[in-house]
Design a protein around this ligand. Structure first.
Ligand code: FAD
Length: 474
């Protein structure tokens, strides 16, 4: 597990020069009145946002509390609504050496591995929506974004924990007492955002909510699996496999040139919320999936180490924008979701490019509050739909054996039969829209649903922002 869960250390805290009071100097808008932006948090969301804004010629300071930058955890899925953004940011080619191109997502019955449903990924999604679906190691994803941020002139400060934000200035104060001032503060400090709590004290503690499941996270050596003829196809025919069962599921897929098989294993355990990445008990973990598909349990028997934590989410907030309109939330800080549609980071990237489009339309600093409310208007309903869809998907996957589960499986079987018969691949890039799909999807495999799939994967965040900002007179 060490190779897969370690944080990468491409920035060293020692290289930082101590400073006291800073005014972020910008080059965007007009030279006489440059725009200045602070982003708090260098996770995937904060980095992507900083890159997108810097590419508009605006100077960005990125403040990150960690003294070594990196991402904990192993795999992450990058869906087409994110790969299109990476292309837009000029980063598509930089990913080619470190991604796995999966063919499909298979949903299998927990007990015997029978395929219940399949969503074809590559090349199908590119043919449909113009962009592919990838798997990647989180550390590789983070490193590429970090390098791109540096190349685009983002001023990154590590070891810089923000303890408070003055939303009227606006400014961000570090634990050291240093104060950074700008025209806008973007808060990308994650699901347990302290700044969110400070901006909206009336929301109390019930914003950050524990779901009814916990997760184990583990990796198995791809080499070891390759040497077992029964397991080889999980790597040779790369795809994601989700084994779904009562109250539990396991999502697994290969990363890093298939040298790692990454597993996220959901179970109804009650680990304490807020304590992330505690070491899991291997025997207890194996017991959760006793009697599951023998092929899967063989993979599980190869796990030597696992981490566990409670899956939490952020309840829909009344607003993402501070009273002054000069501090906004982004990514998990605004709308962390249970991960059952693999869309959390994708939503953070969409937020980031939307904010960049908004700032690009500012005629003067006075436009910022109005543009931030437009940012919220463009993004919030979509993120909330993804949050609710993710929870709904968990409910569908976790059905107990019985009539509802049988109904789900026969609907999936009917969709699978249609797919195998050879549904035509039609180009389905939807027009930019803020409409959201209904909550009664026809296909219990949401990723394949005729209404939900184009809405989710075919979304172009830049075009959508462009359309709505233009309509709003910007
Ligand atoms: P974070 O990644 O949490 O980053 C926040 C950053 O802010 C951190 O670097 C932190 O150190 C810093 N910070 C915090 N407080 C301060 C402070 N006071 N001062 C300065 N810095 C601060 N999404 C997908 O798109 N695809 C997937 O396949 C997928 N799989 C997932 C599987 C699991 C099991 C889970 C739990 C999530 C998954 N997600 C997935 C969701 C995704 O991981 C998150 O949505 C995404 O990483 C959030 O990014 P972020 O930048 O908003 O927040």
């Amino acid at each position: 597990m060490a190779s897969s869960s370690s944080a990468c250390s491409y920035i060293n805290a020692d290289t930082q020069t101590p400073r006291r009071r800073h005014t972020v100097s910008g080059t965007g808008m007009t030279a006489s009145s440059p725009l200045k932006v602070i982003v708090v948090g260098a996770g995937l969301g904060g980095l992507a946002c900083a890159i997108a804004i810097a590419r508009k010629g605006i100077h960005v300071v990125l403040l990150e509390q960690a003294h070594i930058l990196g991402e904990v955890g192993a795999g992450i899925q990058i869906p087409p609504n994110s790969t299109s953004i990476l292309r837009n940011l000029g980063l598509f080619d930089k990913f080619q050496d470190v991604i796995v191109w999966p063919q499909s997502v298979f949903v299998r019955r927990y007990s015997d591995g029978q395929v219940l449903g399949t969503t074809p990924l590559n090349p199908y999604l590119t043919q449909r929506y113009g962009s592919p679906y990838w798997f990647i190691h989180r550390a590789d994803y983070h490193r590429i974004l970090h390098d791109a941020a540096v190349e685009n002139g983002v001023d990154i400060h590590i070891n810089s924990r923000v303890v408070s934000v003055d939303e009227t200035a606006p400014s961000a104060t570090l634990a050291t007492g240093e104060v950074f001032e700008a025209d806008l503060v973007i808060t990308a400090d994650g699901i347990r955002s302290r700044i969110r709590d400070q901006l909206f004290p009336e929301l109390n503690d019930d914003v950050y909510v524990a779901s009814n499941v916990s997760a184990y996270r583990a990796c198995v050596s791809g080499e070891r699996m390759q040497s077992d003829p029964e397991l080889r196809d999980l790597l040779d025919d790369p795809g994601a496999t989700s084994w779904i069962g009562p109250g539990r599921h396991i999502m697994a897929y290969p990363i890093r040139d298939k040298s790692i098989y990454n597993l996220v294993m959901l179970y109804p355990g009650d680990t304490a919320p807020g304590i992330w990445n505690s070491r899991g008990d291997i025997a207890e973990m194996r017991a959760e999936y006793k009697g599951w598909d023998p092929k899967l349990t063989k993979v599980i028997s190869m796990i030597e180490d696992c981490l566990t934590w409670k899956i939490c989410y952020v309840r829909e907030l009344p607003t993402w924008v501070s009273a002054s309109g000069k501090v906004v939330l982004l990514g998990d800080a605004a709308h962390a979701t249970v991960p059952f549609l693999a869309q959390g980071a994708a939503m953070a990237l969409e937020d980031g490019v939307t904010l960049a489009e908004c700032l690009d339309r500012a005629h003067s600093k006075a436009d910022i509050p109005k543009l931030m409310h437009l940012y919220e208007k463009i993004r919030k309903a979509r993120c909330t739909r993804v949050q609710l869809g993710s929870m709904q998907n968990g409910d569908v996957w976790h059905l107990a054996d019985g009539p509802e589960q049988q109904n789900r499986d026969s609907l999936m079987a009917a969709e699978e039969a249609k797919r195998v018969e050879g549904a035509k691949v039609e180009r389905k890039i939807p027009e930019p829209s803020m409409e959201i799909p209904s909550y009664n999807l026809k296909n219990p495999l949401f990723w394949s649903d005729d209404e939900f799939q184009p809405w989710l994967f075919g979304h172009d965040a830049v075009k959508t922002a462009d359309l709505y900002l233009t309509q709003a007179g910007y």
